[in-house]
Write a protein that binds this ligand. Sequence first.
Ligand code: AMP
Ligand code: MG
Length: 410
Amino acid sequence: MMIWNEALRVVLDHALPLGPEMGPVCSSSEGAILAETIVADLDAPPFDKALMDGFALAGESPAFNEGWPLVNAVYAGDAQSGRLSQGHACPVATGARIPDGADRVVPFERTQKKDGILQVSDIPLSESFLARAGSDYRAGEVLLNSGTVLGPATTGALAAAARTAVRMIPIPIVAVISTGDELVEPNRKPMGSQIRNSNGPMLLSAIHQAGCLPKYLGIAPDCPNTLKNLILEGLTHPVLILSGGVSVGEKDFVRPMLETLGVKVLVHGIKLKPGRPFLFGITQKGGLVFGLPGNPTSALANFDLLIYPALLAMRGYTNPGPHFQTGIMGEALFANNNRPTLRPVGVKPEAGEFIVKDLGAKGSFELGVLTRSQGWLELPMGQWDIPKGSEVRILIPKLSAMVATLLQNA
Ligand code: AMP
Ligand code: MG
């Protein structure tokens, strides 16, 4: 049986980005990876501009002893004004195109007007409070490299360069199927030994958190025929995730049905607690298929450790993780693990450290504990007395994705 790092390697070897496509630059392209080099079409700023409300001055001393004679004001958006003569002042607003001949701007607060003539108490150094054309970047300069993660600033820069659409790596659709005869949808009251399908919505949320587009396909009972139809639909998407039915019970039809439908299973069973039954396969077209155990903690542990990085890799991230952090045990913990373990724990940031609190998780069936958990404590196999204050490895999925973003743009 593979250890989880080996399984991750196999998964990442197949988690390839979809071919780049032109896509609109909009709120939903946040987090997308740019797949072309962006060159500025204009100087920025495009003209010499005032950075303060005040007065553009020509030179460091006034034309007359009484002060600086004033010419007509220029506001942001006004057409180019004439040339400002030596020793004269021109009222300007922030963002206004300053007249030729001006070599500094004095903020309003440092001035006074007497009989229509400007007095300046503290004349700024040459080039103060103004930005010359092209001083931010020049036309023809590379603004953004291919591989950049789009975010607020880069989106603004694209707009400034007139790029309303760019080549980017498409966001994959990830299909989800819940399996199990015992499942009813959340809006139904479970009877007898039925339970509500909590994994479906949980996985949709996790997929969204990983920046992908979730698509829920429904519940498949433990019956090969319905399962077959749903899996066939799921296989039309770049990624399919199934929960439940992936162990070796008599009614666990997921693996045989996937194989019947041409999926090549590359991983089935890993040394991890919880989440041992983890299954990973690929379709002939290179689509990814994941089978997760039905227990919520197992399913989410598998997702955060193995699927989240795969989805980031498909989105074009070159360091998809998982990126573990160092945590500090806030209390002593005794662990006795017959497999490498991910334990749901509380994580509290305190004075620049992540303080880890054990939640007394008892088993993979618990959803309540998961709701109080902010991360996973990774523990190797064996018996461990972990004293309070010791350093441990923790995984916080969203933070791991943030590290992937920082590495991408570094
Ligand atoms: P399985 O992996 O199918 O053997 O299921 C393991 C456990 O997870 C069983 O107790 C199932 O009832 C439970 N389970 C399976 N699917 C779901 C689901 N979609 N939501 C919540 N619990 C589930
Ligand atoms: Mg089942």
